[in-house]
Design a protein around this ligand. Structure first.
Ligand SMILES: CC(C)(COP(=O)(O)OP(=O)(O)OC[C@H]1O[C@@H](n2cnc3c(N)ncnc32)[C@H](O)[C@@H]1OP(=O)(O)O)[C@@H](O)C(=O)NCCC(=O)NCCS
Length: 152
């Protein structure tokens, strides 16, 4: 029988696995381009800021099979912290086995534990499987669009 997956905070030795997962994610999102060194730096910045950020990994049989990151911002609309969910990805060989929902629940629990009253994320508009996945988890689309300015 396949061992169950579990969720835990990421540690420094997980970085190579996380960089590989982000490569898989960015390959699906034309807005982003994989760059292992940047991903490593970004993950290190998140790990170094535990008051505002979290990196969660899904593990099965001692192997990292998925990840999600969260970061807090202050929302004046909420009058409270809200959390950005980013970097949600499950290894291609492990999809469809319930790992994504476990990562979502764990990220939400982290956000609530930090006083957040809302979660938000950005998804590629053509990533239909991901959009279905979030809809099933009761995430709702909003009227907002994302603008960006880069590089600075
Ligand atoms: C979206 C994602 C995180 C969901 O994680 P997951 O562990 O596969 O989640 P689930 O097990 O609940 O499966 C989600 C759906 O994918 C379907 N699925 C099954 N096998 C699959 C496969 N090999 N590949 C993709 N999707 C599959 C399942 O049927 C399931 O649909 P259902 O809920 O109607 O049964 C994961 O598919 C993934 O990493 N996708 C690529 C990265 C991505 O798009 N991330 C989101 C960025 S916003």
């Amino acid at each position: 029988m396949t061992e169950a997956q579990s969720i835990r905070p990421a540690r420094e030795p997980d970085l190579p696995s996380l960089v590989e997962l982000l490569r898989q994610l960015f390959a699906l999102e034309p807005d982003f381009k994989a760059d292992p060194e940047r991903q490593r730096r970004g993950l290190a910045l998140l790990l170094a800021d535990p008051d505002r950020a979290v990196v969660l990994v899904a593990e099965r049989a001692g192997k990292v099979i998925g990840m999600v990151t969260g970061q807090l911002v202050i929302s004046t609309a909420e009058g409270a912290p809200s959390a950005w969910l980013e970097d949600m990805v499950v290894d291609a060989a492990e999809r469809g086995r319930g790992t994504g929902p476990l990562l979502l629940d764990a990220l939400q629990a982290w956000a609530v534990s930090r006083g957040a009253t809302r979660l938000q994320l950005l998804a590629d508009r053509e990533n239909a499987p991901a959009l279905r996945f979030y809809a099933k988890a009761l995430w709702q689309p909003t009227r907002m669009i994302c603008l960006r300015k880069a590089p600075l």
